[in-house]
Design a protein around this ligand. Structure first.
Ligand code: SAH
Length: 202
């Protein structure tokens, strides 16, 4: 999977490639789908959500230029797979999921597999996680019309954020880098993610 789907498509970050090679993707999907775990596509998980295609997980991690001590926020825990990969590349991962059941399953899997530097939170990730901010890296794995301001506010100086931005007409990954008070935005690949659903009470 790592050679054909990731490295041969241009991902060169050796720490991302190593992380992708060590995280057992089959442990993050339903047992019925274990045979498809290494296929070149997203797979369904509970609550009508998806675990991203391996290449997309790697591409997002590579765009984020993660350093070993980085504090990372992931929005959209889903299966927990992306958090596991990020935890092998950075220093600590806080990941937030709006579906309590998905969060519980992911937390149990991550604990069983020994990923001790990941904390799973239940809540609306479009508000970020102010009590743990600022973050060097923010990885949003659900699509919205815009990047939520709360997430930009929680990005450390020199921090990087990636998020799929757009609607039904099409989404693109967007990379934002904070340089002091400035935010520098770069448009990247077209993608297809499930929607970021903000908490209606907000
Ligand atoms: N990173 C995941 C992919 C998850 S798909 C993985 O590796 O499996 C996106 C996830 O974002 C879904 O589980 C969805 O429930 C969650 N999500 C959508 N809106 C959210 C919000 N406002 N806050 C937190 N999680 C959200």
């Amino acid at each position: 999977m790592v050679e054909r789907q990731v490295r041969d498509r241009g991902i060169t970050d050796v720490r991302v490639l190593a992380a992708m090679a060590t995280v057992p993707r089959e442990r993050f999907v339903d047992v019925d789908l274990a045979d498809a775990a290494y296929a070149d596509r997203p797979l369904p998980i509970e609550e009508g959500q998806t675990i991203s295609q391996p290449f997309i997980v790697a591409a997002m991690a590579a765009y984020l230029e993660i350093e070993p001590a980085d504090r990372i926020l992931e929005v959209g825990t889903g299966s927990g797979y992306g958090a596991a990969v990020l935890s092998r590349v950075g220093g600590h991962v806080d990941t937030i999921e709006r579906h309590a059941r998905l969060a519980e399953t992911a937390a149990r899997r991550l604990a069983d597999l020994g990923y001790a530097n990941v904390d799973v939170h239940v809540g609306d990730g479009s508000r970020g996680l102010p009590e743990r901010a600022p973050f060097d890296v923010i990885c949003v794995t659900a699509a919205g019309a815009d990047v939520p301001v709360a997430l930009l506010d929680q990005l450390a100086d020199a921090g990087r954020l990636v998020m799929p931005v757009g609607g039904r007409g099409g989404q693109r990954l967007v990379l934002i880098r904070r340089q002091g008070d400035d935010l520098v935005e770069t448009d990247l690949d077209p993608v297809a993610f499930v929607p970021l659903v903000p908490d209606r009470e907000s």
